[in-house]
Design a binder for this molecule. Sequence first.
Ligand code: HEC
Ligand code: HEC
Length: 220
Amino acid sequence: MKTVHGGRLSLLLGACIIASTSVAQEGDAERGEAASATCVACHQANGGGMNISGGESWPRLAGLNSNYIAKQLHDFKAGDRQNATMVTFANMLDDQQIADVAAYYSQLPATPGQGGDNADEALLARGEQLAERGDWNAYIVSCKSCHGPGGQGVGETFPGIAGQHAGYISAQLNAWKSDTRSNDPQNLMGAIAKRMSEEDIQAVSAWYATQPAAEGEAAQ
Ligand code: HEC
Ligand code: HEC
């Protein structure tokens, strides 16, 4: 009896050691809250960001996948994703602090998207079409095929875009269209954004802003 349990125990201990090492590398939400002090001016204390029409919108970070957040911060630091505002703040963080702020923001409850409320029905209908079904005539595959049904996100690779601010979504699509954002490995977004008209961009941005964001586990 004892020997059987002993064998299981050492297996269990081995598993615990592996688990605890990966936790140490993963980031700590409490430390992340402290490290986020410089972020609140734009991303807000609740991580909800802000839609600024005609200006540089600040994305909601609350509830986004932690590995996605960390990847973006590393990309800003490495110059793979260019944004004059964010490079300054990303550069203030070391690898551990990046993991910590990512853990912190990912566990905050998602807040509603802004900037889609004034869109008319026709624009929202076009947005829903692009998001959920795509437009075969324009060679645009549905956003859902990568970002998941309702734009809720799929793992760490395909971020949740439902409930993100319209101004931020359209700014990103325009950045891909003009090659000023090109940090996804196969530049999947570049190929898609280049096929979208300005009206398509407004439509899909407004529609996603009006959709509920994924909550908790679904976002991870
Ligand atoms: C002065 C305003 C400002 C401050 C302060 C700021 N950010 Fe940002 N942040 C932005 C803007 C603007 C963008 C969008 C950049 C773009 O368009 O590429 C952004 C984008 C991001 C993104 C990418 C989100 C996504 O969905 O891809 C992350 C992650 C992020 N910020 C984290 C942080 C963290 C962590 C801090 C604090 C250490 C911080 N930011 C401080 C303005 C700010
Ligand atoms: C073939 C897969 C694919 C399709 C289809 C796709 N996307 Fe993406 N999208 C991605 C990937 C991958 C990323 C993450 C890029 C990165 O790592 O920086 C992304 C990121 C984004 C982001 C940035 C989110 C953020 O938080 O910064 C937005 C906005 C976006 N996509 C909108 C759309 C819209 C709108 C559509 C439909 C018109 C769409 N995507 C279709 C793969 C796709």
